[in-house]
Write a protein that binds this ligand. Structure first.
Ligand SMILES: [Cu+2]
Length: 163
């Protein structure tokens, strides 16, 4: 009985330290083995972050996500280190609106790129300006995640690279 209690306390302590001092994550279910690196069948590439011209304005992030196989999935969230909040948006006809999910299909790539789908980054940590790259993490409707290193560029640098 005593052993059991100790085990439960230990498990609680471990899960609390696993998420950086924030509220403990919900107990993992059947996707327990999924980590930030192994959303099955999904490839995250070409991730990049662009800082705003004027500090205090939102930044933007782009990436390509593709699904090699399996049942259709949905992209439901994006997070970028040192950005307090990230929102998926879609530009069409000169204006943009928030998008809550993006469908993924086997064999197709979804591109977040200038002029189309993009991620707006709000509440930027001033430290972001001094990073060469940060982690960009996507979340699927299954709860699976995938991460990639996203180089950080100022708008001027990004324009230079695009020439
Ligand atoms: Cu936007």
């Amino acid at each position: 009985m005593r052993r059991r209690t100790f085990g439960a306390i230990l498990a609680g302590a471990l899960s609390a330290t696993g998420c950086g001092g924030e509220a403990p994550a919900p107990a993992p279910t059947e996707t327990a083995e999924a980590t930030a690196e192994n959303a099955p069948g999904v490839a995250l590439s070409d991730a990049r972050v662009q800082l705003p011209v004027v500090s205090g304005r939102p930044g933007v992030a782009y990436f390509t996500l593709s699904q090699a196989n399996g049942a259709p999935r949905k992209l439901v969230g994006v997070a970028v280190d040192l950005a307090g909040r990230a929102e998926m948006h879609e530009t069409s006809g000169g204006s943009m609106k928030p998008v809550s999910e993006v469908a993924l299909e086997s064999g197709k790539a979804v591109k977040f790129e200038p002029g189309g789908l993009h991620v707006m980054l709000f509440e930027l940590d001033p430290k972001l300006r001094f990073q060469k790259e940060v982690d960009l993490t996507i979340t699927l409707d299954t709860g699976d995640k995938a991460s990639a290193k996203a180089p950080v560029a100022t708008v001027a640098e990004a324009m230079e690279q695009a020439r």
